[in-house]
Design a protein around this ligand. Structure first.
Ligand SMILES: [Zn+2]
Length: 459
């Protein structure tokens, strides 16, 4: 291979087929013309990127769609499709360090992509569309550099039948109707990983919800309005609790979509969470999941992953946020939930290294629970005040960027060097460690009070 050819991988051993080398993306402008009845997509992607080497050839992740005309900096370029990739040869090589723009016309019938973790990507609902891309589904609906370490801005325009409501990441900046079809324009200015870019289409009613200073939107089928209003009634309190614990909410808004279909699991997207009708019972039955998905806006979405190996940083924090919310709302304390989770883990095989679980196990529930327990062990070791300072410093230092487990260990070492032993035992050894005994105020003080205290002592 010529040294000027961009690698066809991001080099992530967990998803070796995903991502590409030789450039990083700055922005995606996606113009999607979609027909619900026939599941037909005609689209144009305009991708701004900067090369990290000279490029005679480079690739995007792109799955099961057909590419038409491709332009690089306005000039016709050659493109070749192979499974999962679109390889582009520009008319003239791109210099190292150069900004360049690729325009790709494409079309097809988008379908979810098979992965080791099930079907991911663009998927038809009974009467709508859901996009759930984690970790490798984004190429099912647009050409991209599909690795979380390469974040970009998104501008997404969707034109479809007028009867449907469209929700994408970011701020709705335009909506127009012409000949029975409606166009919806969204802008996501904050850097976004490709797996967190999303389109949701359905017969949705939308209502605003005030989440402190954060504009919220609820989207749902009218028939389940009462259930949605009841279950989302906790959101303002959750937002306040998490802003106190984790720092300012990182995006321009937060949208909660409830699909008419049942979903196996809810999921996070940038500035958005998507629940199935089965998760919204009107009695707060899945309140913990609502906390979990909201917490991902800080952990996973704003502070993203440098590589999939570090997935516990997303899921451990999101799971710990469930426990924090329980504690904050006067239900079971985080300490009691942590001890129960540990007891449960004791009955399961301890054969996963949470800090490097391997791709097959990266969404195993034991990562979530032991990841959260790691954070609880840190909290018990250094006390509430230092713990919440650490968490806020973490979300601040890596806001809208990406990070690794080592980054977290290094930051934590600044609070207490003995934490390195905690991380070694919980993340990089197999046997299940015991939790430190409660000598700190973690379980005795009122949680609301302890969060306030942490804030006032922030360093
Ligand atoms: Zn999660």
């Amino acid at each position: 291979m010529s040294p000027a050819v961009g690698a066809r991988t991001a080099g992530d051993p967990y998803l070796p087929g995903s991502g590409n080398g030789g450039y990083s993306t700055e922005s995606y402008t996606l113009d999607l013309r979609y027909r619900m009845l026939t599941n037909r997509l005609d689209a144009t992607a305009t991708i701004e990127a900067v090369s990290t080497q000279q490029l005679t050839r480079f690739s995007f992740d792109f799955n099961r769609l057909q590419a038409g005309r491709v332009l690089v900096d306005g000039r016709r370029a050659k493109s070749v499709l192979s499974p999962g990739k679109l390889t582009i040869t520009p008319a003239t090589p791109i210099d190292s360090g150069a900004a360049f723009t690729v325009v790709i016309e494409y079309s097809g019938s988008p379908a979810p992509r098979r992965s080791a973790w099930g079907l991911v990507g663009w998927e038809e609902l009974e009467d709508g569309v859901i996009v759930a891309s984690q970790p490798s589904g984004a190429p099912s609906w647009f050409p991209c550099n599909d690795h979380p370490s390469d974040k970009a801005r998104y501008s997404i325009r969707v034109t479809t039948e007028q009867a449907y409501t469209v929700l994408c990441n970011g701020v709705l900046t335009g909506h127009s109707v012409s000949s029975g079809r409606a166009s919806w324009q969204f802008e996501q200015q904050q850097p976004t990983a490709s797996y967190l870019a999303t389109v949701q289409i359905g017969r949705y009613t939308t209502t605003p919800i005030e989440l402190g200073g954060v504009p919220g939107t609820l989207a749902y089928p009218k028939e389940i309005e009462a259930r949605v209003e009841a279950d989302c009634g906790q959101l303002p309190g959750m937002m306040a609790c998490f802003e106190e614990a984790f720092g300012p909410y990182p995006f321009d808004g937060y949208t909660v979509v409830t699909t008419p279909d049942d979903l196996e699991i809810p999921l996070e997207a940038q500035g958005m969470a998507i629940f199935g009708a089965n998760h919204i019972d009107g009695e707060g039955g899945e309140e913990r999941l609502m906390a979990h998905e909201l917490a991902h806006q800080w952990f996973g979405n704003s502070v993203g992953l440098d590589a999939w190996q570090h997935i516990w940083l997303n899921e451990g924090f999101a799971c710990y946020a469930e426990w924090l919310w329980s504690e904050h709302s006067g239900k079971e304390s985080a300490d009691s939930l942590a001890r129960a989770a540990r007891t449960k883990l004791k009955g399961l095989p301890a054969d996963i290294l949470v800090g490097d679980p391997g791709s097959a196990d990266m969404f195993d529930d034991r990562i979530y629970k032991r990841g959260a327990l790691t954070l609880h062990a840190v909290r018990l070791t250094i006390g509430d005040s230092a713990f919440f300072s650490l968490v806020k410093e973490w979300t601040d230092a890596h806001r809208h960027s990406t990070a690794t487990t080592d980054d977290f260990r290094a930051l934590a070492a600044g609070y207490d060097e003995s934490l390195d032993g905690v991380f070694e035992a919980w993340l990089f050894s197999l046997p299940l460690p015991t939790l430190p005994t409660v000598s700190s105020p973690a379980s005795s003080a009122s949680p609301a009070k302890s969060l306030v205290k942490a804030k006032s002592r922030r360093r």
